[in-house]
Ligand binder design. Structure first.
Ligand code: PZK
Length: 287
């Protein structure tokens, strides 16, 4: 029996276990959330797709920033990670104007203290990606903060360091994904500090749960863009007139199958490997 350790935390769709004093196990379930509600129906292999993608990006960005990845488990859905002291902010990079960035821009013309030009439309590409930190809300929604507020939490020098790392990671991955037909509109990182005081990328990296993935071939600013992975689920939920409070609806099998296929498609386009090969040998994604 593989060691799973003692449970130390839960995300909406992931679990965290302590393996020993310096290692954690991050396990991705097949649960899916939409409109902030976890649905009663799972998407088979979703957790494996996200785990494989995250591991793929950790390996390919290791020269830009150190990360917490130690190993991928044979189940394909668990990552062994270095235990860090986590920084108390979410590090978001936005290359496009969507979500709370679009909301804040409409209200004030700014996002996290970045003054943006007038006349931008929803989903427009920004001339240059911006670092837009947020607080980590225990319950409810993360709140966007300015770099001054972030500095109050982690210090001016650490803000400069996480901003530079976040922008470098986003530029690399968004350029890579764009060449493969996927727009990474924005992404969220969590960083920690190791025993030597070095900055280390933690959590998940450039998965569709931590980022907005849009299909490049249908990109059309001026409105919200379809989600690469969750659009069938959203469209189905909208068709029901569900009020978006818990519990969410069960998903029919065609929506499950279509959604699973989109996750697998994202994996295969980005990694240039077959998902079946990943299932056979998850460690292959590290090479
Ligand atoms: C850590 N989270 C959030 C994510 C959950 C909870 N390498 C690390 N070292 C120390 N702590 C964390 C990590 C990471 N990653 C991450 N909370 C603590 C989280 C996923 C599932 F249940």
């Amino acid at each position: 029996m593989p060691e799973v350790g003692t449970h130390v935390g839960s995300g909406k769709v992931r679990e965290l276990y302590a393996l020993d004093g310096d290692r954690l196990l991050l396990v991705a379930s097949d649960r899916i959330s939409t409109f902030d509600v976890v649905l009663p129906t799972e998407i088979p292999d979703k957790g494996r797709v996200l785990t494989g993608l995250s591991a793929f990006w950790f390996v390919r960005t290791g020269d830009l920033c150190a990360n917490h990845l130690l190993a991928v488990r044979p189940d394909g859905r668990s990552l062994e990670c270095r235990r860090l002291k986590m920084l108390p902010i979410e590090c978001v990079v936005r290359g496009y104007l969507a979500g709370s960035g679009w909301k804040d821009y409409q209200a004030s013309g700014e996002v996290c203290g970045h003054a943006l030009p007038e006349g931008l439309r929803e989903s427009d590409r920004l001339a240059t990606p911006i670092f837009t930190p947020a607080t980590k809300a225990e319950t409810g929604h993360d709140e966007n903060i300015t770099r001054e507020q972030a500095s109050g939490l982690i210090g001016v020098e650490r803000v400069a360091e996480v901003e530079a790392a976040s922008l470098a990671l986003y530029r690399f991955a968004s350029d890579y994904a764009a060449e493969r037909g996927i727009i990474i509109a924005d992404t969220k990182f969590e960083f920690g500090i190791d025993e030597e005081g070095r900055l280390v990328l933690a959590d998940e990296a450039f998965t569709p749960d931590s980022s907005r993935f849009w299909p490049a071939d249908s990109y059309a600013p001026g409105a919200a863009q379809p989600s690469f992975d969750k659009q069938f689920v959203r469209d189905y939920c909208e068709s029901l007139g569900w009020d978006k409070t818990d519990p969410g609806p069960e998903l029919p099998e065609d929506v499950v199958a279509g959604t699973r296929a989109r996750y697998v498609e994202a994996f295969e386009r980005l990694t240039e490997r077959s998902f079946d090969a990943y299932l056979d040998e998850p460690e292959s994604v590290l090479r």
